[in-house]
Structure formats: structure tokens, C-alpha cells
Design a protein around this ligand. Structure first.
Ligand SMILES: *Cc1c(COP(=O)(O)O)cnc(C)c1O
Length: 397
């Protein structure tokens, strides 16, 4: 039996499990410490009433012969594809329902997308990045090529010069972990690059709902020409608390063709073999996110995260720590003080502040010396953390 070398080569210790290990050890040695986690990439919940009502109704549908749903369409129910298409169209990215593919979350398609390519192809991605994509690409025998995200480029790398072969580019905006957001001109440069190279632009819009500035693009299809080169992978996880309920979507524009082959057709064919669709109850819940009540209620939860971000940013500024992101994102990215390494600062914050964050190195080698804080906490804990931060940093002086 020959095993998958790409899978075998993945680093043994995923940073997040090491974080849990260190936190457990500290908690067992310091049972009285009141730890506050600013490390999580998970929402606080709960799911809003408009959505849970729709899901309860859908459960009731399943209990009656007349309204029972068996296998649904692999691509997703028309009612949800229409709702997603209408929302994208409303925000200036006109997409028809036939181009929408419902998924059980963005992560599934962020990995599955590499099924489209011949093994060995090059995939450009930012370093630091959402680690799952780099892993997925290795598991499929693709070659991840890092684009350094630095303070100098605002953690938003632009297309590289030179003419090495490129099969795909993965962009996440607003980005995890840095919270950086591409503007229109920068995305236009990427669209132009992908088109000139016949490369696929994979646009991860998981955090689009955090964007408040109408000048910043929330969808790649706000950029002219994007339909010829880009797929967009969206999620209900962060906007509506679906991290445990699982639903997302991927947009394959009809216009997306590679040497006469429709990628939408190819994806539909792949899906027919790979999936029997997403739960009817979950799709009903996701559709309710777009109802007037759903929009209002999810906006309220987002406002809480925004206020948390604002407070954390103010505390970091007060403590004199350089930081980025947080404005259109639930994540703040900061430079570790005194030249500390990511893990050094992690241990310091844990020990002296009883605060838990995420070491930047977990998102790639360029994340060394940086640190991510998440605003997905409850406001009282975040406020306490903001109180502790400056006092904790005093220990470094
Ligand atoms: C949270 C997150 C997602 C969403 O993943 P789901 O599978 O939909 O929960 C996608 N991309 C990034 C970068 C994320 O941080």
C-alpha cells in the first residue's frame, strides 16, 4: 500500500492543538487562574431566532409525509441558491442562482477545489494564511508557493513579477489571520494577473460581512473580469453563527472556462459523485439569514463583535503595541513586543495575564514574531482582557 506523501508530510503538531495543550497544563498548575481566551476562531453564538424558527419549521416538514424531503439536489435547493444570488447581486456582484453551489461549509470546498487541477501545480497563497488551505493543497499533491505578507505590504501581497507557472491563487479578504482587506484596485490587479496566466483565483469571502466601508469590495465579482477567472467561497459560519450547523456556498460563474471546458460543469460533475447535498433543515436555516428579521438579528451579533474589536484595538494602542486589522474583521494582528517570538509572547500572556491568543507562527513562517487576537468573545470577558492587557505588558518593562 502506497500512502499519500502530501498527507504524510503535514506537520504533526497543528498549532491549535499545541495551544490547547499549553493552556491545559497551565490551568492544571494554576487552578485559581481565571483564563480569558482571545484565541478562538469560533463565534460565540447563539444562532438568531429567525434562523432557528426556520429550522424548526423544516424539522416539522420532515415529520410529515406531504412535506418530507429525501435526497435534495447536489447543488443545493433553489430557494437557497436564489437567496444567495440575490444577496450577491444586491451588493454589486450580480450572479445568477445557477452559478451557486451550496456546501456544508467553506472549508469543505476550499479543500475540494484542488480536485480541479493536475497534481504538481503551483498555488500562490499569502504567508501568513488560513492553514487549512496550505494543507489541502499539499494533500492533493499541489505545490504551495508563499507570498510574503509583511508590514511593508500591509499583509496584502500583490501579484509577483516573473513568469513562473501558476495554476491557482488563494486570496482571503478580509484575511484570517491578519484582518487585512484588499481594496478594489488591488483585487483588480489580481484579476488581471489570474486572467493573463489562465490561473484560477480562489476568493475566500468568509469574513465579508465584517466590512463596513462601502468602498471596500465584499465579493470578487465586484471587480470587472472576475467571472472569467475566479470562484468565490462563502460561509454562513461567521455571519450567522453556523460554525456548528455547517453551511456555505461556492460560486462557479458560467463564464469560467479553461480552454473551452466549463469549470462549472466540471464541478457539477464532481459533486454528483462526491455529495448528496446539504441537509434540508440546514439549508432552510441558511435561507432565513437573508430574511428581513434574519438580517436584522445577525447584524446585531456582528455589532457586538465589532465593539469587541474596537475595544481590543484601543487597549493595544494604549499599551503601545503596533497592531493591524480589527476594523473590518474579528481579528487583530499584532507585533510581539521586545522581539519576543510568537510562542514566547503566548507563554508570557498566559503566565502574566492569564490571556490566551494564537501565535502567529501557526499561520506560516512569516507569522513568527506576530500574534492574533480574536474578537469572538463575550463582551464582559473582552472588557476584562482589555483591562488586563496594559497591566500585563508592564511586566515587560
Ligand atoms: C472560519 C473560516 C472559514 C469558514 O469555514 P466554514 O467551513 O464555513 O466554517 C473559511 N475561511 C476562513 C479563512 C475562515 O477563517
Amino acid at each position: 500500500m502506497k500512502l499519500n506523501n502530501g498527507l504524510l508530510a503535514l506537520e504533526e503538531d497543528y498549532v491549535f492543538s499545541e495551544v490547547s495543550r499549553r493552556v491545559r497544563r497551565f490551568a492544571s498548575q494554576n487552578p485559581d487562574a481565571r483564563l480569558i481566551s482571545l484565541g478562538i476562531g469560533d463565534v460565540r453564538g447563539p444562532i438568531c431566532p429567525a434562523v432557528t424558527r426556520a429550522m424548526r419549521q423544516a424539522v416539522a416538514d420532515q415529520a410529515r409525509q406531504r412535506t418530507f424531503h429525501g435526497y435534495g439536489p447536489e447543488q443545493g435547493y433553489q430557494f437557497l441558491r436564489q437567496a444567495v444570488a440575490a444577496a450577491l447581486t444586491q451588493r454589486g456582484a450580480p450572479v445568477p442562482p445557477r452559478d451557486i453551489f451550496i456546501s456544508d461549509g467553506a472549508k469543505t470546498d476550499l479543500g475540494g477545489i484542488f480536485d480541479l487541477f493536475a497534481p504538481g501545480g503551483a498555488v500562490l497563497l499569502c504567508d501568513p494564511t488560513y492553514p487549512a488551505v496550505r494543507d489541502d493543497c499539499r494533500m492533493r499533491g499541489m505545490r504551495p508557493v508563499s507570498l510574503p505578507g509583511t508590514e511593508a505590504n500591509g499583509f496584502l501581497p500583490l501579484p509577483p513579477a516573473g513568469d513562473g507557472e501558476v495554476d491557482a491563487v488563494y486570496l482571503c479578504s478580509p484575511a484570517n489571520p491578519t484582518g487585512a482587506v484588499y481594496d478594489r484596485d488591488q483585487l483588480a490587479a489580481w484579476v488581471e494577473y489570474a486572467r493573463s496566466r489562465e490561473a484560477l483565483l480562489i476568493f475566500d469571502s468568509a469574513y465579508e460581512s465584517f466590512i463596513t466601508d462601502p468602498k471596500l469590495p465584499r465579493s470578487i465579482y465586484e471587480i470587472p473580469g472576475a467571472k472569467n477567472c475566479a470562484v468565490e467561497i462563502g460561509s454562513f459560519s461567521k455571519v450567522a453563527g453556523f460554525t456548528g450547523t455547517r453551511c456555505g456556498y461556492t460560486v462557479f460563474p458560467t463564464e469560467l472556462q479553461v480552454r473551452g471546458v466549463s469549470l462549472q460543469g466540471l464541478w457539477r460533475r464532481r459533486l454528483a459523485s462526491r455529495s448528496n447535498g446539504v441537509a434540508y433543515v440546514v439549508q432552510r436555516g441558511a435561507a432565513a439569514v437573508y430574511s428581513p428579521a434574519g438580517r436584522q438579528q445577525t447584524a446585531r451579533a456582528l455589532a457586538v463583535y465589532r465593539e469587541n474589536s474596537r475595544r481590543l484595538a484601543a487597549a493595544l494602542t494604549a499599551a503601545g503595541l503596533p497592531h493591524w486589522g480589527g476594523q473590518h474583521s474579528p481579528y487583530l494582528w499584532l507585533k510581539c513586543p521586545r522581539g519576543l517570538s510568537s510562542w514566547g509572547f503566548f507563554d508570557f500572556l498566559l503566565q502574566y495575564g492569564n490571556l490566551v491568543g494564537t501565535p502567529g507562527i501557526g499561520f506560516g513562517p512569516m507569522g513568527e514574531g506576530y500574534f492574533r487576537l480574536s474578537a469572538f468573545g463575550d463582551p464582559a470577558s473582552v472588557e476584562q482582557a482589555c483591562d488586563r492587557l496594559p497591566r500585563t505588558l508592564e511586566f515587560l518593562r
